[in-house]
Design a protein around this ligand. Sequence first.
Ligand code: PM9
Length: 479
Amino acid sequence: MSHQSWAEPFKIKMVEPLRMTTRAEREAAIAEAGFNTFLLRSTDVYIDLLTDSGTGAMSDRQWAGLMLGDESYAGSVNYYHLEDAVREYFGYKHVIPTHQGRGAEHLLSQVCINPGDMVPGNMYFTTTKFHQQLAGGQFVDVIVDEAHDPENEYPFKGNVDPEKLQAVIDEHGSGRIAYLSLETNVNMAGGQPCSMANIRCVSQLCHEQGIPVYLDATRAVENCYFIKQREPGYADRSLREILLEMCDFTDGCTVSGKKDCLVNIGGFLAVNDDKLAAQARNLCVAFEGLHTYGGLAGRDLEAMAIGLVESLDENHMRARIGQVHYLGQKLIDAGIPIVKPIGGHGVFINAERFLPHIPREHFPAQALTAALYVDSGVRTMERGAVSVGRDPKTGENIYPNLELVRLTIPQRVYTQAHMDVVAESVSAVHLQRDSISGLRFTYEPELLRFFQARFESVIEKRVPTRSPETALSSSSSEK
Ligand code: PM9
């Protein structure tokens, strides 16, 4: 197309009204939620940028696909549609559906990791690392140094550092490396892509030493878009061709279908190895559901098969990344410190620079999510020390270089005007940043703590709570 703008390749035919709240209502709601945006009720949220996971809008074709759900217990026609789509567009041989991405991570980790194994990867992801550890493995970060620097504009901050990877192999021996866990468009780094050259190089390095490579292909298509934009030799290649080439270097993948595949629920594991597939199917039957439905309804499988193909539409992905870029550029223009380059699925604010007066042990990113919510009803997510958790050996909090707030854009849901409101709110909060105080835990769950943790202000109770009858009590679990 000749036009320069990234306007959406769709029009809207159904709308979902949003509730506007007052500042007093929001102050009460965030206090009741223990200053954790995960614990807010969605009806108290205006613009929901918590996540792009399962929050996208399905197309009319996907909704029509739901009506074609074949709800047979075994051998549903929709399973074969998904299998055909994954084989055609990803190129892997075996496809095992799961209820969502972490279901696939569970199966892969259980069949590939022996206790004591190392699992090198390009930055951790919360659920991925959790399942690797549950299987007895130890995650070790081998991402390039640039990924840990929010200001660094390196175009492929998702890349694996081959020297770091080789050092892990040398130290532990290739027999103790379960696999290379290679995430596309690395979430915790700010939605940053890997280059094809890097995927080729590190896959070769692993395969020469008998180590398999498994992609987290949850946001693989977004990664393909960046390869097309930034990597020499790919400008004229289609997203489909790039995805196939990427997968061809690897042995399989886990996918949360809730992101690129544009569904509200679903995921899958895809592998080439026959023996591994058989083991994973056995576990699938025990933990997810029969291997042809994996915890999903037939209609969900159909919607995912259709969404997978839609994600590879060039105009769709141009608008998706274009919208994220639009918000990111507005924030840069307003002088807000964000992770650069602007990522694929969201804009990540550098909370450490945004709130320099709040020490890391008082969780500046968590505090910023609460402040943004109070200002405008925009819900965001902490991606810093609270998300990373504690060192399993020492029990101490880990303070990653990246202390971020993620403004995640659900696909095909919000308009450019919503993005303008978000940018205005971030700027308004930035002007009043000195008035924001840090937080401390009042309840800290043992596993994946960011989902359910509760906090209080370290200074004073600035925010009024709802009546004691309606407020959730956290006293029984206070540390
Ligand atoms: N990602 C996200 O908001 C939802 C849960 S964590 C707050 O970014 C990757 C790269 C993901 C991911 C989920 C999963 C797990 C695996 N890999 O949520 O289980 O970003 O479908 O997928 C979330 P499920």
